[in-house]
Design a protein around this ligand. Structure first.
Ligand SMILES: *Cc1c(COP(=O)(O)O)cnc(C)c1O
Length: 410
């Protein structure tokens, strides 16, 4: 690459943006003028929203809003300082107690985001002599955290237990060498964020025990949705005592914002002392913590069970509708339904044509997913109506019909 020392910084960046544009990879923000719900005001239009992670419709739920308002009235809106200085407000402690009991762990610690939780937890427990083994589709925050920790990073084929075991054997064999790894950490998501499929958690837990590794499970897309209490797939698979680090986000099904790590009292005390993204940052807004606490309670109530039942019925309704029209069957049991298109530009074109019909579905491209696997990502919410789903299926069929007519004329 030629040196760009004579080019103005803005011009260098503009050239970079043009290149992204020409590859169909340039992204831009879209202003939304309404609360999260199946209908969004995205001026100049109103759209039907199939892009949110607000799976249970809690982001604007009155119980959460009320908890936030009451807490703002009592604690104000700012936390004033980091948790270790004077920002460790009662609402944060109440949330952490609620999360520990929800997740079936001794303790919990909250962060400003799920991203910050992953960064803080992994860099606190892992150092440069350690090995981190990740599923190939693990979220960017996990990859970034493992890199920042300076660990030896290995990536196993998606949900492939043989490949994982091969890497565990390799990591263990190093234990006999002078450069013995102190610790091996396996990290996986439970529901994968862009594919909506599920990790074989029981088998992964058995492998980590056989090889003396630790296991971290990112439940960003499972918290609130699976298990009897609704706490996630770790609960559903009965693995709470066997997963060293459970990670959750508070901003998806729980409708608020923030991230959490749940685990042993020793783990949480270690993170309070060593997780830099916890220590060197202002504590989250107390009202966000209060809203999340209300969500944790709601999810475990009869209303929460009702919302989950409703969501799964809508997912079935969507799948049945698509299959009836000859679309291939989407993955089982997930509110994330990917529609594979391959080329980045093709995904962008489909998303654009859905938007022309006032339906908002994101085109997911590299680097979020590997090259050649661009897709539409439908997410459903308990607050959708069956008619909303019908409109989506009709729009997909309408677009496909136009394409077929075009190609038969070609
Ligand atoms: C969204 C997400 C995160 C990050 O959580 P935030 O609270 O949004 O920062 C982490 N992991 C996965 C799998 C996610 O989908």
């Amino acid at each position: 690459m030629p040196s760009d020392s004579n080019i103005r910084p803005e011009d260098a960046l503009t050239a970079g943006l043009k290149q992204l544009e020409s590859q169909g990879l340039r992204r831009a923000l879209r202003i939304v003028d309404s609360a999260q719900s199946p209908r969004l005001t995205v001026p100049p239009r109103d759209v039907l929203n199939f892009s949110s992670n607000d799976y249970l419709g809690l982001a604007a739920h009155p119980a959460l809003v009320q908890a936030a308002v009451h807490t703002a009235e009592r604690f104000g809106v700012g936390s004033g300082a980091s948790r270790l200085i004077c920002g460790s407000l009662r609402p944060h402690h109440a949330l952490e107690e609620a999360l520990a009991s929800f997740k079936g762990t001794e303790a919990a610690l909250t962060f400003n985001s799920g991203y910050a939780a992953a960064l803080g937890a992994i860099t606190a427990v892992i150092g440069k002599d350690d090995v981190v083994i990740l599923d190939r589709l693990a979220h960017a925050c996990i990859v970034d955290a493992a890199r920042l920790a300076g660990a030896k990073l290995r990536v196993f084929r998606h949900n492939d237990l043989n490949d994982l075991e091969r890497m565990l054997k390799w990591a263990r064999s190093r234990s006999d060498a002078a450069s013995a790894p102190r610790r091996i950490l396996i990290v996986t998501e439970s529901v994968f964020s862009m594919d909506g499929d599920i990790a074989p958690l029981s088998d992964i837990a058995a492998l980590k025990e056989a090889y003396g590794a630790w296991l971290m499970v990112d439940e960003a897309h499972a918290t609130g949705l699976f298990g009897t209490r609704g706490s996630g797939l770790v609960e559903e698979f009965g693995l709470a005592g066997r997963v060293e680090i459970q990670m959750a986000t508070l901003g998806k099904a729980l409708g608020s914002s923030g991230g959490a790590i749940c685990g042993s009292r020793a783990l949480i005390d270690w993170l309070i002392n060593r997780a830099r993204s916890f220590i060197y940052t202002t504590a989250p807004a107390p009202m966000a913590a209060a809203a999340a606490t209300a969500a944790v309670q709601l999810v475990q109530s009869g209303e929460g069970r009702g919302l989950r039942d409703r969501l799964w019925a809508l997912v079935e309704h969507f799948k049945t509708g698509m299959i009836q029209h000859g679309w291939p069957p989407p993955p089982l049991r997930s509110a994330i339904i990917p529609w594979m298109l391959g080329e980045d530009r093709l995904a962008v074109s489909w998303a654009g044509r859905l938007l022309d019909r006032n339906i908002l579905v994101p085109a997911i491209r590299q680097p979020t997913v590997p090259k050649g696997t661009a897709r539409l990502r439908f997410t459903l919410s308990a607050s959708h109506a069956p008619e909303d789903i019908n409109r989506l299926v009709d729009a997909m069929n309408g677009i496909r019909g136009l394409d077929e007519r075009d190609s038969s004329h070609a």
